[in-house]
Design a protein around this ligand. Sequence first.
Ligand code: FMN
Length: 378
Amino acid sequence: MQQQSDNSSPQWNKTRISSGLGIQYPIIQGPLGGLSTQRLTATVSNFGGLGSFGAHGLSPSAIKDVIAEIRALTAKPFAINLWVSMEDEGARTSSSDAFARCLAPLAGHIRALGGALPTYKPYTPIKFEDQVRVVLDAKVPAFSFIYGIPPKEILDECQAQGILTIGAATTPDEAIVLEQAGVDVIAASGFEAGGHRGSFLRAADESLTGTFSLVPQVADAVSVPVAAAGGITDARGIVASFALGAEGVQIGTAFLACEESGAIAAHRQAILSGNARRTGLTRGFTGRLARGIHNQLLEELNRPGVEILPYPLQRSLVRNLSVLANKAAKPEFLPLWAGQSASLSRHNDAKALLQTLVSEVSTIAGPVLRWNRERRPT
Ligand SMILES: Cc1cc2nc3c(=O)[nH]c(=O)nc-3n(C[C@H](O)[C@H](O)[C@H](O)COP(=O)(O)O)c2cc1C
């Protein structure tokens, strides 16, 4: 709920999310997994939002380094993000035969780009428990996560250390169990969102609620503050999220388009080109359901009968092609992660994006906030 400076002009940025995190604007730069950078995280935090770094793919010692590097760039609050569930059933038992079958649809492209075909290697898991230890020991300001709920001892320790927790919900039921577990903020992630569906109570394809339906249901179902995620790219999306009951937003794709992100130029251009109107969901890029711009790779891997390895084996397999496609600047063979509102992205500079968002929201938010203030208790 918004706090107000006087009866007629509540300040849109004063919410439980901004006060709980100690930030000026309740705008969270969504963690971007392997396309996160220390620079983007710090730029957003220095501006007064919450920069986030997606660290699920990193070893514990690499996470420790990243946290130190972010701290060298900003003294403001930031979030480190992990995936509670790091592998799908069958990942440990998947065979070399399955590897060969799943490589088949990619093999021609790998060869055409001059690459050698990868060989089967047994899988070495990275454990959430080891990663989270480093995050807690570093006493980061905020810890965000998807794909489940961390064990009680972890959440208790966060509370004891003053680490604010942000858990992702793709359904109202997930939001309710996150709140019951003691999570501080819910990121309600509609199916428009770029990247992975972090569903954990039901299968991801049974949890495809859109942001417009999800946010008000979650806001009504929980008493902790809600950040709306999925399809929010400009001031209209932020103000709409507030009207739906959110007290903050989490934006991914619009930040991915900025040069501070870890996305290669061809990926950023694909988002900004206006040709990103068609996105699709696929398991083909990693083994888990995720959204990207529709391209040749997505289409081929979504074809009926194409076998996909369990997460994270498919991710490692596809990386053999995407590393080559990156070098050859062939975006048609890259997982072009993006949400459904990608084509609304306008900025290639994170600070300029934030300045526009803040100035436009400040102009149009007043009536929405007044309406919400009358409806909800303060
Ligand atoms: C490339 C990419 C990687 C992402 N990686 C993560 C991640 O590791 N953890 C996470 O919680 N969310 C992740 N997300 C989701 C974003 O943080 C954010 O919630 C989402 O992008 C919001 O929807 P939007 O893309 O429509 O703005 C990722 C999104 C993208 C586009």
